[in-house]
Design a protein around this ligand. Structure first.
Ligand code: ZN
Length: 140
């Protein structure tokens, strides 16, 4: 990799403290082969040249979140629902049960659940710790 020989009047990108950004600059003064002072093309400020620190961007970090967000969302929803109910109020689930929104049920397989929606004549949406299930019931 060969560095292009820079000289006063050339354009270079530098960090500008006034713009608080990396902007295009014109080289004002050189010290040997090193850029000494630059003029910001955006704000016109003249300052010492600051080499733009190229961060080693770890693009890998994007894929590192392998934890499915869906699960945590359900868990959060579940905890919200449980926070405002008393598990002792749960009614054991049976297919004939008469249900309304907000009721708590105890399901033999899914455990404690809260009715979030009823669909006439005989379906209900229940949130369990594992997610939402559609169950048979008798809608009041
Ligand atoms: Zn500037």
């Amino acid at each position: 990799m060969t560095n292009k020989q820079l000289s006063a009047g050339d354009h270079i990108t530098s960090k500008c403290t006034k713009c608080k950004d990396t902007t295009n600059h014109t080289i004002v003064a050189m010290v040997g082969e090193t850029v000494a002072r630059v003029e910001c093309n955006t704000c016109g400020g003249i300052h010492n040249y600051r080499n733009v620190v190229t961060k080693k961007t770890t693009t890998r970090s994007k894929t590192s979140s392998t934890r499915p967000a869906k699960t945590s969302r359900i868990e959060a929803e579940w905890e919200n629902l449980l926070a405002e109910v008393n598990p002792a109020d749960a009614t054991p689930y049976n297919i004939q049960m008469s249900i309304k929104n907000g009721d708590l049920i105890q399901h033999p397989s899914f455990g404690l659940g809260r009715v979030i929606n009823t669909i006439k004549p005989n379906k209900m949406e229940v949130v369990f710790s594992t997610g939402t299930k559609l169950l048979r019931c008798s809608v009041a």
